[in-house]
Design a binder for this molecule. Sequence first.
Ligand code: KG4
Ligand code: ZN
Length: 343
Amino acid sequence: MAGQSITILGIETSCDETAAAVVRNGRRILSSVVASQTKLHERFGGVVPEIASRAHLEKILPVVEQALEQARVRPAEIDAVAVAHQPGLAIALIVGVTAAKTLAFAWQKPLIGINHLHAHLQSAILASETMELPAVALIVSGGHTSLYEAESALELKLLGSTIDDAAGEAFDKVATILGLLYPGGPHIEKMARQGNPKAIAFPRSLLDKESLDFSFSGLKTAVLYHCQGQDMKGQNRVTSMSQQEISDIAASFQQAVVDTLIIKTLRAVRKVGAKTVLVGGGVAANSALREAMGKMCNENKLALLIASKPLCTDNAAMVASLAYYYYQAGRFAGLDLEPVATS
Ligand code: KG4
Ligand code: ZN
């Protein structure tokens, strides 16, 4: 297989982005098309699975066609079809899985099933030629907040994960409390730029001294109490707050999330003696987190591989990229590949 060029079509429909991409040899992104459903879910303050599924159905074939067109690649030049088949919303995943199976069958190409979370880490690895091991990997997305020990993109050992809300979920819920739109992360980040991160001392839930698990629901509740009063009988004061007050809450909340993620990542680094930190997932697009991770890695002489901003949120380039290593390892799926909601 040495010297052979491998071109893979990747498909991603695990949540609220319909995406397709063509990637050559795991690194060269020939196209990456993402049809976002943000506008459809915005007014509900979160993703409505039935709406997501219907939108995936409408978009999947045009998005795949666009990805092939932009890559200037014909189906005959595709070596495999890869799809994120877990974890995610079952009725969303099934659209991508069915499309991938149908294309693989029609084009007579091998099918590859990819774990969406592992693909998020691949988007961090993608930009770098080398990775010094052992590495600690942090996935921070709307559905997951997890720390892994990574031996390669294919071998991950779970060290800890959230026991309640994911970091992105906390951003989304706090945004709703503050009257901001879905998805909350980018809106909170924008408000936080004008705010004082030390204005309110929100809690950092670190569980016990050794724990690598996360908990963000207490922080979310602390923001709610701050806005509505401890007994929750008070009016939500947000409507009468100044922009500065809202910015201060956003900045203080964001700082609490960032501090927690940094402390836990450093704990994991010390536990496994890591030399590299990998960060991926939607929340990794957050500038405050990127800056703090950079500083922590610098101070501790660690290499930091963090996904480029466009590849932090859901996309199919990360799926097609990871699939290259599956292809090389001969890890193919059968046409009985099923969507799996949990990881
Ligand atoms: O990885 P992703 O696109 O989807 C999942 O796999 O969940 O992550 C989406 C999450 C949302 O919760 C969104 O609010 C958050 O990532 N997010 C951010 C930012 N951009 C997206 N959170 C904080 N700051 C951002 N700039
Ligand atoms: Zn994701």
